[in-house]
Design a protein around this ligand. Sequence first.
Ligand SMILES: Cc1cc2nc3c(=O)[nH]c(=O)nc-3n(C[C@H](O)[C@H](O)[C@H](O)COP(=O)(O)O)c2cc1C
Length: 188
Amino acid sequence: MTKIGIVLGSTRPGRNGEAVANWVLEVASARGDAEYELVDIAQFDLPLLDEPYPPSMGQYSQPHTHAWAATVAGFDGFVFVTPEYNHSISGALKNALDYLFAEWADKAAGFVGYGSVGATRAVEQLRLILAELQVATVRSQVALSLFTDFENFSVFRPAEHQVQALDATLGHVVRWSEALRPLRGGAA
Ligand SMILES: Cc1cc2nc3c(=O)[nH]c(=O)nc-3n(C[C@H](O)[C@H](O)[C@H](O)COP(=O)(O)O)c2cc1C
């Protein structure tokens, strides 16, 4: 079955991202079209990139890189749950992306952003980064507002229409992940 990783892009204590990622996992798991799994980058304890060779050379030396690579390699596609920090993604998510190369390639990705304007600026930047990593990004995305999808900017209460946006995004990610399988040689 197609495997989709839901990548939680915030590592902050008290992060809003955890409730958002759990909601994504709950809605996704009810669909039955793929196997969905939460990928919490905080659990990998990745230091700032400490590999001597560029990831595109695939010569990893650190145990944390091998663990992260094995996890990412196991998925056919991704949903990135991303906050917006200073109009971009978190440093932690950029670092986690930078660590690898081949493990991201020829897969699909969708986005669930949250911020004052749905993290749309962060997602635009994330699309550019993923283009370099040869990830195909779907058009539809979820833009959660800290004003209308959270109470007091901290208690996650997504508006009903957000479920439809999420379903559309997940559907595209699964279809594109499957369509790209021949390019991955069935490895993922
Ligand atoms: C360092 C930092 C920078 C931020 N910059 C922005 C921003 O540029 N735009 C925005 O909409 N929200 C911004 N915020 C608010 C975050 O979107 C909000 O705090 C969100 O809950 C962060 O995700 P997290 O709680 O999962 O870490 C920023 C928050 C932090 C901590």
